[in-house]
Design a protein around this ligand. Structure first.
Ligand code: ARG
Length: 460
């Protein structure tokens, strides 16, 4: 046990208490952010005259050498220290002697940890945005390739109306666009620097908070020191955005699992992204899709957990807030892994276009269009609905699609039908007629593709 605060204590901390309280096992993850924050802090302390330039240089050299040694594996971060802040400070003092004891002037671990967590999540937001962007680029390409690939669109998991694969993928594209913009919003709102807030009430040193904010690439300093050390809103917002990303991935996975099933056979997941069974030799299972769907739960759990942790905390810092880290780190790692694996899976997946189109045809997805045909020939919609209902019944009896009924059979139920009914209910026509903004028709899709192209370019 090596602690920063032994002075007013007359007894050693109980080992169980020490273990329960310590955070080094997980907060070591932000050693780099901790060291960068300290470098900015001492740079500023020297510029306002609290440290001499020589002291500043010695401390910065020491901090840089610690960073290098951690990254090269020359030093190990051990549980001898309570947290990463103590580890770095103690190491610094070991290296450069007494001058290292000046590092913590005008700072508390409360504003330090608030800073580290912000720097860490900020870096991760940038990485997650990149992963979402790469995924969107693949989806965009898949849309371009599948603008004429017909498939059934579903409601209630019942075949409803024909769409295209491009249109279906396009729905997810919109979701991920919103996910991306949510991450951007969070970044904008969180990017203010808490360093200099001290324990809760600022400090008596003439700290230049504008300077540290600038050095660390923040838009500026936070404006209330009590809020600065106790704000974890951005963690909640991030976990909420990550939960939404997982929800979208999970829905897509659920569809892929269905599409890959023996019954649908719309897609085949690549062997490289499937797994086998230890007993059933024929099995090829969609484990990656299932795991992404399954891991959604733990990200939701992280969000629920931090919301619950924060709800009863009086101002300002309380130790409860240490609980923000493990679950956030886990959620971030989970989401990054899931996006990457999901991306690899869909990139290598094969679509069975013939099966998709046949499925659309045999599911009466053109029934609405048959009714619209009658309406266009003067039949009121409600009557048209009834007539096509009878036709569907007949088809079910005969086990054929609407396309395979004879004109005679059509005319028996309504004399309004003519030879052009076949053209009117072809998959091609059904989709092509739907060209309002956002619909699956070719012209409408071309416009969306153009907009998405410009959107993706604007992200560079
Ligand atoms: N490990 C602590 C946390 O994660 C760091 C801050 C400790 N501050 C304190 N006053 N005990 O929140």
């Amino acid at each position: 046990m090596a602690q920063l605060w032994g002075g007013r204590f007359t007894k050693e901390t109980d080992q169980l208490v020490y273990n329960f309280n310590a955070s080094i096992s997980f907060d070591q993850k932000f050693y780099r952010q901790d060291i960068c924050g300290s470098i900015a802090h001492v740079t500023m302390l020297a510029s306002v005259g609290v440290l001499t330039d020589d002291e500043k240089d010695q401390i910065i050299d020491g901090l840089n050498s610690i960073l290098k040694d951690i990254e090269n594996g020359n030093i190990e971060i051990t549980s001898k220290y309570e947290d990463i802040h103590s580890f770095v400070e103690a190491n610094l003092i070991d290296r450069i002697g007494d001058v290292g004891k000046k590092l913590h002037t005008g700072r508390s671990r409360n504003d330090q940890v608030a800073l580290d967590m912000k720097l860490y999540t900020r870096d991760e937001i940038v990485e997650i945005k990149e992963l979402v962007k790469e995924l969107m680029m693949t989806l965009h390409q898949m849309m371009k390739d599948n603008i004429d690939a017909f498939m059934p669109g579903f409601t209630h998991l019942q075949k409803a109306q024909p769409v295209t694969l491009a249109h279906h993928i396009g729905a997810y594209m919109e979701m991920f666009k919103r996910d991306y913009s949510r991450l951007c919003d969070i970044y904008e709102r969180m990017n203010y620097c808490p360093l200099g807030a001290g324990a809760l009430a600022g400090t008596t040193y003439p700290l230049d908070r504008e300077q540290t904010a600038k050095l660390l690439d923040f838009y500026g300093p936070t404006l209330n020191s009590m809020d600065s050390v106790s704000d974890r809103d951005y963690v909640i917002e991030l976990l909420s955005a990550l939960s939404t990303i997982m929800m979208h991935l999970s829905r897509f996975c659920e569809e892929i699992i269905l599409w890959n099933s023996n019954e649908y056979q719309f897609v085949s997941i690549d062997d490289g992204f499937s797994t086998g069974s230890s007993i059933m030799p024929q099995k090829k299972n969609p484990d990656i899709a299932e795991l992404v769907r399954g891991k959604t739960g733990r990200v939701y759990g992280a969000l629920t957990s931090i919301l619950t942790t924060m709800k009863g905390i009086p101002l300002a810092y309380n130790k409860d807030m240490q609980e923000d880290k493990e679950l956030t780190f886990d959620a971030i790692d989970t989401v990054k892994g899931c996006i990457s694996l999901f991306h690899g899976m869909i990139k290598t997946m094969t679509f069975h276009y013939d099966r998709m189109e046949a499925s659309a045809k045999h599911g009466f997805t053109n029934a609405t269009d048959a009714a619209d045909y009658l309406v266009n020939h003067g039949v009121p919609f409600r009557d048209a609905h009834g007539i096509v209902g009878q036709l569907v019944l007949l088809c079910i009896e005969k086990n054929i699609p609407l396309d395979d009924l004879s004109l005679e059979e059509y005319k028996k139920i309504s004399p309004v039908f003519e030879e052009d009914i076949y053209e009117a209910i072809s998959m091609q026509t059904c989709v092509e007629k739907r060209n309002t903004i956002g619909a699956p028709g070719h012209a409408a899709m071309e416009k969306v593709l153009e907009a998405n192209e410009a959107y993706l370019q604007s992200l560079n």
